[in-house]
Structure formats: structure tokens, C-alpha cells
Design a protein around this ligand. Structure first.
Ligand code: MG
Length: 263
């Protein structure tokens, strides 16, 4: 009887694994491993906040966020909790500053270690403990999830404070039609890891990136992936969209005529 139950349980477990794996989408791109760069020691204190920034979390409360009540604040730091949090205010293109620390007690491996994420609308910059923790490169810390790995692995050790400074240039739509792609630039711990990268589409676990038109303004979101990742000092500055310049308008730079008109 025991053997039969064990066999049934094993079959169920196999079927579950198959169904989970069947859902995952992989790009199939053979990326090179991002080289490790030591960004230096963790900052002694949170970074300064510019005077025109909109503060999303200053250590006191999560009132700027939908579902913020389900993320616990301890000693001025908020732990990722039950469900994603999403800003009540929505934004166009942004400069975003986020400080985070993956758990100092290392548990799990790959995608199961210190997983969270920083989103603008449907686009995720991965948060993961990628300090000596291999996973697929376009899913490691600093990746535009499943689209592009970070240029380098600039992670600090588990438990140490890290910074993201992210520029999300939103895509521009005319109705359903994309007229200007979105781009993302990311500095992790002051190190450039994504440089004006074109966003191909939503960053999904189960589907290839697909661009879908959305409202002009989007929330910032933070992911709950079941790991207690800490956050502090989160602020955003809304920035202007760069002008839409059709490529045919680009003309080569003309030399300056220093001698003036010739007779
Ligand atoms: Mg994530």
C-alpha cells in the first residue's frame, strides 16, 4: 500500500514538474556569462534624495503603494511580503532609485534565492541574489528579465545594501501602434549594466516578449517572489520623453566654414 501511495505521489510530482516546465518560455539565445565586477563596499547610509524627487518609501510607511499594508516595515526597512506592491501614482518616463538587499541567510539556489523585481508597468529589472549563484544569464540580477543579461555582474554579497538607478523611457503608442520603442538604462551599485536597451515587450516567464499598448502612465511595481528581500530609500523623478525624431531627419554634421563666404 505504502509503495502504491509513493508511486502515485511520485507520478503526481513528475506531472507537476512537467506542467511547470512546459509553461516556461526560453529565448534559446546563448548568452555569454556576464563578468563579475566588484562595485566596492556597501554604502554606509542611504543615498541623498534630490529635491524634486517623489519619495515612494522613506522608511516610515508604504502609503504610496497599493498592497503596501502587506509588506512589513522593520527599523526603517520594508520586507517584500504578500503580493506585489504597485505605486498609487502612475508615471511617464522616469528616473528611479531603489535600494535593496537580498537575505543575508542564503537559502535556495538559482531563481529561488533572493528573488524580487523592480518593474515599470510590465517590464521587470530582475532582483536576485546573483553573488556566486548561477542561473540563466537573462534571468540574473540586473537582467531585463528574459530579454537581456546585465553587461556585468555587479552584485554585492547577500545581506549587503545595493542600489539600482534606472532610467525607463516609456514606449510611445498611437492607438495600438508603437511609434517609439521604450528603452531602459540601469546602474547597479554605480556600475552601468544596461545601456539604453530597447525594450522588446513584456517580461514574462511563460511568453516571448510582446509589445502591447498601454496607458501613457504606468506604476512602479515591486515583486513578491516568496523571498524576504529588503528595500529602503525608493524615489522617482518623472522625466520628459526624448523627442520623436524620424530617422530621415537625421542629417550628417556639416563642417563649420571658418573662412566665411568665398568670392
Ligand atoms: Mg523577479
Amino acid at each position: 500500500m505504502k509503495k502504491t501511495l509513493f508511486a502515485i505521489a511520485a507520478i503526481c510530482a513528475c506531472l507537476m514538474m512537467v506542467s511547470v516546465n512546459a509553461q516556461e518560455w526560453k529565448s534559446g539565445i546563448q548568452w555569454k556569462e556576464p563578468p563579475v565586477v566588484d562595485p566596492g563596499p556597501e554604502p554606509a547610509a542611504p543615498a541623498n534624495v534630490p529635491s524634486d524627487a517623489i519619495v515612494l518609501f522613506d522608511g516610515k510607511d508604504m502609503s504610496a503603494w497599493n498592497n503596501g499594508e502587506n509588506w512589513k516595515i522593520v527599523d526603517g526597512v520594508v520586507y517584500s511580503g504578500r503580493g506585489y506592491v504597485s505605486t498609487k501614482q502612475v508615471f511617464g518616463s522616469i528616473q528611479l532609485h531603489v535600494e535593496f538587499a537580498t537575505p543575508s541567510e542564503v537559502k535556495g539556489e538559482g531563481q529561488g534565492r533572493g528573488n524580487s523585481g523592480v518593474f515599470y508597468g510590465p517590464y521587470e529589472i530582475q532582483v536576485l541574489d546573483s553573488y556566486i549563484n548561477k542561473t540563466y544569464y537573462d534571468g540574473q540580477c540586473g537582467a531585463l528579465y528574459k530579454q537581456n543579461p546585465p553587461a556585468v555582474n555587479a552584485c554585492r554579497k547577500p545581506g549587503e545594501w545595493q542600489t539600482y538607478d534606472i532610467i525607463f523611457m516609456r514606449p510611445i503608442f498611437d492607438g495600438e501602434k508603437l511609434v517609439k520603442p521604450g528603452y531602459v538604462t540601469v546602474f547597479q551599485n554605480g556600475v552601468l549594466i544596461q545601456n539604453h536597451l530597447r525594450i522588446i515587450g513584456e517580461t514574462s516567464f511563460v511568453q516571448p516578449p510582446k509589445i502591447t499598448s498601454f496607458d501613457e502612465k504606468q506604476p512602479v511595481r515591486l515583486q513578491d517572489h516568496g523571498n524576504p528581500v529588503r528595500f529602503r530609500n525608493i524615489w522617482v523623478r518623472e522625466i520628459s520623453d526624448s523627442p520623436v525624431q524620424p530617422i530621415e531627419d537625421e542629417s550628417p554634421v556639416k563642417p563649420i566654414d571658418v573662412f566665411g563666404p568665398q568670392d
